[in-house]
Design a protein. Sequence first.
Length: 375
Amino acid sequence: MTDTKPAVRPANAQFSSGPCAKIPGWTPDKLKTALTGRSHRSGEGKKRLKRAIDLTREVLQVPADYRIGIVPASDTGAVEMALWSLLGARGVDMLAWESFGEGWVSDVVKQLKLADVRKMIAPYGELPDLSKVDFSRDVVFTWNGTTSGVRVPDASWIPADREGLTICDATSSAFAQDMDFSKLDVVTFSWQKVLGGEGAHGVIILGPRAVARLESYTPPWPMPKIFRMTSGGKLIAGIFEGETINTPSMLCVEDYIISLEWAQSIGGLKGLRARADANAGVIAKWIEIRPFAHHLARLPETRSNTSVCFTLDGAEDLPKKMVKLLESEKAAYDIGGYRDAPPGLRIWCGATVETADLEALLPWLDWAYAQAARS
């Protein structure tokens, strides 16, 4: 610990876990060509939406037989579309190890009121026993727990010959972690996470098994228009070709396209993962040699490379004091742990964050801890 205030601040002190830092070099000038004031149903509007879908497929390496749709209401909207449209055909295993996963459990139990639900919930820092998941049932899980910093290590626990569907909330793992689409029937994410896009839009990716369920099963509850993906028992193909359910922001669409093009320029998915891994490594090394700091994710193989969460020895309000100090010094913004998580810090390490900025942050963490511990 040190009382000496560091001399160098991060060039970009934005380490929020959502919305996340914009791509390096971003300025509003990059959006000059956005189709503002134009209809998203115009020929040009559809082309830009289709461009966003095509780039998503290229960067994420989505199989050709999977459908990609731009949907309203961020990742939340995309997940709710999947839950309301697909669940109820068979029993469901609901997995959760942090607040957002628990939110999906609550929706399925309290809103959809499904009768056959198994809840597999682990405390912050841990995963449920994945060997106990029953894949004759549908399975809903979050790949990377944004508020806990705990992720599934891989998809080896998911069988290729499963009977039920796997529905994966991937909002803080897409574009940063190695996700095997062959094991995932539904994948959702939002633009404002790993690529730092603007909020309010989500993406839903449907595998062939999910499409087959949509076309063969009609849920017994009323379906809001905003969730409907079928008409007359058939998939509404236009949703997955750029014909959105409601009006999208073409400004946000352009921003997403720019982010995807940047991703391509740094080597695509491989480059994005490498940057996130390097960033998470900076924080991990700091934690390893600080006796007062502790990863929230107990097992190294389950530690996130995007939302790095850790606790600190000391009074319960110590992390909040650190957050205020760092913000007042313009050294770090929005790094407090999530309100439902154990008191601590959460630092976003996704690809849009520069490693040099994280390295510049470390002395400030030491300084802020020393100050907060004394106050």
